[in-house]
Design a protein around this ligand. Sequence first.
Ligand SMILES: C[S@@+](CC[C@H](N)C(=O)[O-])C[C@H]1O[C@@H](n2cnc3c(N)ncnc32)[C@H](O)[C@@H]1O
Length: 217
Amino acid sequence: MSTDTPFDRATPPLPDPSAAYWQAAAATYDDEPDHGLGDPAVRAAWAARLRAWLPAAPGDVLDLGCGTGSLALLATEQGHRVTGVDRSPAMLARARTKLAGRPATFVVGDAAQPPVGERRFDAVLVRHVLWALPDPSAALHHWAALLAPGGRLVLVEGRWGESAPMGLTAAELTALTAPLASRTELIPLSGDPTLWGREVSDERYAVVAHVAARRGA
Ligand SMILES: C[S@@+](CC[C@H](N)C(=O)[O-])C[C@H]1O[C@@H](n2cnc3c(N)ncnc32)[C@H](O)[C@@H]1O
């Protein structure tokens, strides 16, 4: 059985969610198929998923814990403008290089309280970050308040590993988004090996939560 996690397998097996961990991981982060999207088939698979999850019309996307910007790049290729937030300057340096010349800006900050002022977004995109935040429920409430009317949360998460599983189950995450959403889509992703560059046996999924009205943080 696979015990792979969304983390770089060349780094220590028990990820430390500290900023220092991600600073050190930035140099090799894109080596994983689903991180760097270097394999055209993996890249195409994520592009197709993102196109289905993000708004059809070009809009403003806030990518929180954006890492090296692989999903941000796909979003700009689909016509969106991206603001990426990450607390790792090393990750952001790679994102800025990857998206040079594209409609994207990157700022250092906390994903739970992104430094975006009064700006509002058509989608908040978060892959493999929410589970590690100290208070996922509070973060989700804050993110919902950052959405423009009709906006959506696009959350890609999972529960990885078997002996010491980490992450959020789909049931746990949909329970957290239920009070915020007028409509929620749960998309299982474990059965699509192209997304991961290999077969996986743990729970991987996306949740698209459509938030009807702006809510207080
Ligand atoms: C598993 S990586 C995911 C990167 C990217 N979302 C992706 O899917 O490729 C986790 C990222 O979240 C960032 N991160 C973790 N906790 C954070 C926080 N509290 N605020 C901002 N960024 C955070 C890390 O620096 C790292 O770049």
